[in-house]
Ligand binder design. Structure first.
Ligand SMILES: C[S@@+](CC[C@H](N)C(=O)[O-])C[C@H]1O[C@@H](n2cnc3c(N)ncnc32)[C@H](O)[C@@H]1O
Length: 221
């Protein structure tokens, strides 16, 4: 799906906002002739140079949310994970232009990065906005909000932390809510009304579509 047709040139000054990733952050298998990678989990205080709370966005696309959110919340640290490399470069340029020094990006698969890199109880929130809907039955296994993903999200957020999922896709929402119920550990919260809309949210609202929102928290067990 090539929804962002423009060529992107990553500016030298923007490279500092991208964390190094390896093949295994993007693809879930190791070639048979290679040894499995031993992952270095993130040390967030070292990575951001402070102990401010960390939030993660998975699948940031053109980066409207993560860049504006980082600018509006200088006392937060933001990590964005995106599987399309071009978008990582595009958004790193935006972060540099916006001087959003509290944001970092990584090229990778959301589930693999959570699983292999993010320590338990280390983040305040995980944001997933308008994930690819994969409407065909045979592609449903590609949907990001799987039971595995919920398990990892729950593991990485602190007690009192949250998971936000917004989508315009009713079938995806029903699928995700069924997984959330099956997983059973998150608690429903009232959707926040004061938030920064992602570019897909603006696009679909303009087109008159309904938006479905899950705002969930991790309570004390
Ligand atoms: C429909 S776009 C939404 C972009 C943005 N969140 C928004 O609301 O404007 C979905 C984004 O998720 C990314 N994506 C899809 N699967 C992913 C995965 N497994 N891990 C990380 N990003 C993923 C896609 O490359 C794309 O940029």
């Amino acid at each position: 799906m090539n929804r962002y047709a423009k060529k992107v040139r990553l500016q030298d000054e923007a490279k500092q906002f991208i964390l190094p990733s390896v093949r295994e952050d993007v693809f879930p298998w190791t070639p048979p002739d290679q040894e499995a990678v031993v992952f270095e989990p993130f040390n967030f205080p070292a990575l951001f140079g402070n102990t401010n709370p960390v939030e993660i966005e998975i699948g940031f696309g053109t980066g409207r949310f993560i860049v504006e959110y980082a600018q509006h919340n200088p006392m937060l640290n933001l990590l964005g994970v995106e599987i399309t490399k071009k978008m990582v470069h595009h958004v790193a340029n935006k972060i540099h232009a916006a001087k959003a020094f509290n944001a970092r990006l990584m090229h990778g698969d959301g589930l693999l990065v959570l699983k292999n890199r993010v320590p338990s109880c280390s983040v305040e929130k995980v944001h997933v906005y308008f994930p690819d809907p994969w409407p065909k039955k045979r592609h449903i296994k590609r949907r990001v909000v799987s039971l595995d993903f919920l398990n990892e999200t729950y593991r990485v957020v602190k007690t009192g932390g949250a998971f936000h999922l917004f989508t315009d896709h009713k079938d995806y929402f029903d699928f995700a809510m069924a997984n959330i119920r099956k997983f059973g550990k998150f608690v429903d919260q009232e959707p926040v009304l004061d938030y920064i809309p992602s570019s897909y949210e603006l696009k679909w609202k303009k087109a008159g579509r309904s938006i479905y929102r899950a705002v969930l928290s991790k309570e004390k067990p």
